[in-house]
Design a binder for this molecule. Sequence first.
Ligand code: GLY
Ligand code: MN
Ligand code: MN
Length: 406
Amino acid sequence: MIHQIRQKKLLSQLAKNALVIVSTNPEQYRNGDVHYPFRPHSDFWYLTGFTEPEAIAVFSKESYTIFLRDQDPRREIWDGERLGVANAPQALNADYAYPISELKTQLPQLIANTTLYYDFKPCALDDDIMAYLTTTKTQSLNEYLHEMRLIKDTNEIALMQKAADISTQAHQLAMQQSKAGAFEYEIASIFDANFRKNNAEHAYTPIVAGGKNACILHYIKNDQVLNEGDLLLIDAGCEVAGYAADITRTFPVNGTFSQAQRQIYQIVLDAQLAAIECIKPGETVTKPHQITTKIIRQGLIALGILQTDGDLAQFYMHGTGHWLGLDVHDVGRYKQGEQHRQYQAGMVTTVEPGIYIRKDDKINPIYWNIGVRIEDDILVTENGNRVLTKNLAKTIDEIELLMRKK
Ligand code: GLY
Ligand code: MN
Ligand code: MN
């Protein structure tokens, strides 16, 4: 039902003779005959709810046609059941269903005399579609579809809250089970187990970075030992029915922040809280980054780490957030024309400032190899915002208290 509503809403914004084509992701080989687990393309999933590979949906104001793999008893012994062409209309609320092998023959008729909305991207069977589209003028679908995906409905918000709750629980266990001598992968396995136990998947490869590894922004090797006195930065979140959580916490391996760690952590926390505070309908989306950079700059200058005219990017070199949804870095524009847009109820954004201090003879060694990021997921509401990840310990006191309760 929800998918029909989305299809109608999308088509209502398009030309009278619009024809929308969306395809799912191709399957990816990991090695030999082995595939990675299949993950549908987010646009296709959003509009159809169908999770099998090799499928293309074609929508017009009159009808919804799905092309999919037909049943194949021999292949199903290896790969599992397929919905099949005969079952598809009822299961997917489609008007027509055809085997994907008939796409070539059906597509020219479907496309004739329509205004075609389609985006070229690495999706299943794009080569086939491309062959038919070379002579056809197409309009961008993303412009409409991604704006719809940017504003989450209640169904989506419930799934994102669930992803946030499962991820929160795993982060809590990780804080409680961390100790010097454990390996980063042992802590990572807490997330594997808790996500799978809840029928959720990793939304992205987790970062479990002890000590100086936290200063490598995309550290995913997760294979080093945790040392007494170091911080541990964990950026991990699951997806539930495709919807992601994206959470980072940084805490001391031994449960107690050192003085230098406290100082850096508190700057990041102050920046993050102030940025979250500003998020409400009507506020410009660049405001959180303005706030975090100002607070972090002042904090680092006060500690003598940054010169008054120094380059903050040496210590804080990424943005403060991104849209979150079916994609971890979700779709939707940040600008409307030349102007940065404003928050609207139903948007979900992360807020994730950080400070990363590498070994540098110009900096007091007590700060070397400290990397701190704090990341939460924020739903914009009518009156302000709701932090979907608010149940996870975040202040210094909350973290130290939780880590004492083993
Ligand atoms: N975990 C990916 C990100 O924070 O953007
Ligand atoms: Mn993020
Ligand atoms: Mn993250």
